[in-house]
Design a protein around this ligand. Structure first.
Ligand SMILES: Nc1ncnc2c1ncn2[C@@H]1O[C@H](COP(=O)(O)OP(=O)(O)OP(=O)(O)O)[C@@H](O)[C@H]1O
Length: 255
């Protein structure tokens, strides 16, 4: 099991004042949602947590060690990332793409073996894209491509999942299936943190939330403490109507 912590972390959003430093502790079995308007810095935060971008101040620690000091192969075995954008520059098939998830475990020039292929095929099956395994990824629909990206991280089998809008492009059934998959990962002792624009998915599936304001202000904690209509209205500069369905709050934009 892994734990990701931030100490006095200030993400580097160009042209913005520092805002509130983040002292987060992302522990096994937690599902975190990051909420905020466009441009608030959600993607920048995820990239900083993954060590792909330097913070302006503070640091990220993986199991008590500064992420910046760790070898990338070790980080790649522990931490998986679903990106918001991806470029498919090379003509790779769906199966070849999912197999990229095994690369942290292979030495240079080592070919994937039968076990790697089996893991990739199981992940493609789980994401409902196994029937597309011989197709080139650049021929897929947006939702199919998104599911292949998630299958690639499932093939990687990381302890920490960082997901940037994992339900992007997905229809309702597949949105629910992906959220259930992430909840299942968490229940198995993994850490999950995802950026979401859908408040209702966050309310239904996340147990912790980080609210990110455009000026760099932030607050975080258990979801039940964060899902306060007035705070959410300020976050999005949008009036909300609120109801409760099956014991969970539901938010709808008010005219
Ligand atoms: N390389 C860069 N140069 C200049 N500005 C940048 C750069 N990268 C990000 N930004 C700016 O930093 C801010 C935060 O971007 P980020 O992508 O983290 O926002 P976000 O909260 O994920 O937004 P969205 O909800 O639209 O995906 C934005 O205003 C963006 O334009």
């Amino acid at each position: 099991m892994s734990r990701l912590e931030t100490r006095g972390l200030v993400i580097d959003v160009p042209g913005r004042a520092d805002g509130r430093a983040l002292d987060l502790c992302l522990a096994p079995e937690q599902v975190w949602g990051v909420l905020g308007p466009n441009g608030a810095g959600k993607t920048t935060l995820l990239h900083t947590l993954a060590g792909l971008r330097d913070p302006r101040a503070g640091q990220v620690e993986l199991d008590g060690q500064p992420l910046a000091n760790l070898r990338r192969r070790r980080v790649a075995r522990q931490l998986g990332m679903i990106f918001q954008e991806r470029q498919d520059g090379f003509p790779a098939t769906v199966l070849e793409t999912a197999l990229i998830g095994r690369h942290p475990y292979l030495s240079a020039w080592q070919m994937e073996g039968g076990d790697d292929v089996r893991l990739a095929e199981e992940a493609l099956e789980r994401l409902d894209v196994a029937h597309l395994k011989h197709r080139l990824v650049n021929t897929l629909s947006g939702g199919e491509r998104q599911r292949v990206a998630i299958a690639t991280v499932l093939t990687q089998s990381p302890q920490l999942w960082l997901a940037d809008e994992p339900t992007n492009h997905l229809d309702l059934h597949h949105q629910t299936a992906v959220m259930a998959l992430l909840a299942e990962q968490s229940a198995a002792g993994k850490v999950v943190l995802m950026c979401l624009h859908d408040l209702n998915l966050a309310a239904r599936w996340c147990d912790h939330l980080l609210l990110f304001y455009p000026d760099g202000e932030a607050c975080w904690g258990p979801a039940s403490d964060m899902l306060v209509p007035s705070a959410l209205e300020r976050l999005y500069d949008q009036r909300l109507a609120t109801a409760e369905i099956d014991g969970a709050p539901v938010f709808v934009p008010a005219r």
